[in-house]
Design a binder for this molecule. Structure first.
Ligand code: ADP
Ligand code: MG
Length: 251
């Protein structure tokens, strides 16, 4: 589903990704962990070209890209790729002037050119799926963070993407609201949705991930099944990071 080879990305003289290779097969869940500033968000944003890599290659579904200095990627190829991905951000990023229902309808109408009727039907189904059928006509500011994030997940799914990308989807939530969002994500995983998730929720990662990568300073320093990476890391750096995380949680 996603195949990445030799991915590099710099911001000016700051090298952020220094050669990342990665495979995410269809129907699998990838969890990306690592210290702040290690390049997790940048990597995730390269998956749908919200950031343009400097070097390397990306395959996602039927979309293939080679990056190098003078490569000019046509806008229509970028749009084709984005139709295959849904993104969920830490800060929800819902359209504030639209109801929950309208948020989930929007891309179906503008990107997929569906009729309002069709878009509404699909939005109803998705809001029910994330447990928010009753909130369809609420504006984002009337919803809790957990509810907003569940609307954002419904919105990301609305155009039937092949992959869902999550960047710390629960980090901005009050602790008591984290569970309702993770529950929805768990359900999607069990239904075979392909997902790439940046998160610090280690119990969730252990339960749901098929593959975990641990990033540090622009490299993947550990990867494998969650049991191996989370319980038996091979590098000192990974051990330090995981111990630090454990120190922050009550478990
Ligand atoms: P993480 O998500 O792991 O915390 P990021 O990918 O957000 O890491 O950032 C990696 C590094 O790149 C950081 O040093 C950050 O300050 C820098 N960075 C991220 N985005 C930009 C940008 N748009 N312009 C310049 N520097 C950036
Ligand atoms: Mg980040």
């Amino acid at each position: 589903m996603i195949e990445i080879r030799g991915l590099h990305k710099s911001y000016g003289s700051l090298k952020v990704l220094k050669g990342v290779d990665l495979d995410l097969p269809k129907g699998k869940v990838l969890v990306i962990i690592g210290p702040s500033g290690s390049g997790k968000t940048t990597l995730l944003r390269c998956f749908n070209l919200l950031e343009m890599p400097d070097k390397g290659s990306l395959k996602l579904g039927g979309n293939t890209f080679e990056f190098h200095e003078r490569a000019k990627i046509p806008q229509k190829d970028i749009l084709a790729l984005r139709k295959n991905t849904g993104m969920v951000f830490q800060s929800f990023n819902l359209f504030p002037h639209m109801t929950a229902l309208e948020n989930v309808m929007e891309a179906q109408i503008t990107v997929q050119r569906k009729s309002k009727e069709e878009a509404r039907k699909r939005a109803d189904t998705l809001l029910a799926k994330v447990g928010l059928a009753e909130k369809a006509s609420s504006y984002p500011h009337k919803l809790s963070g957990g509810q907003q994030q569940r609307v954002a997940i419904a919105r990301a799914m609305a155009i039937d993407p092949e992959v869902l990308l999550f960047d710390e989807p629960t980090s901005a939530l009050d602790p008591e609201l984290v569970g309702e969002v993770l529950k929805v994500m768990k359900q999607l995983a069990s239904e075979g949705m392909t997902m790439a998730i940046v998160t610090h929720e280690m119990k969730f990662a252990a339960d749901v991930a098929d593959h975990v990568i641990l990033m540090d300073e622009g490299y993947i320093i550990e990867q494998g099944p969650p049991k191996e990476v989370l319980n038996n890391p091979q590098t000192t750096r990974a051990n330090q990071f995981l111990n630090h995380l454990r120190g922050q949680t009550d478990e």
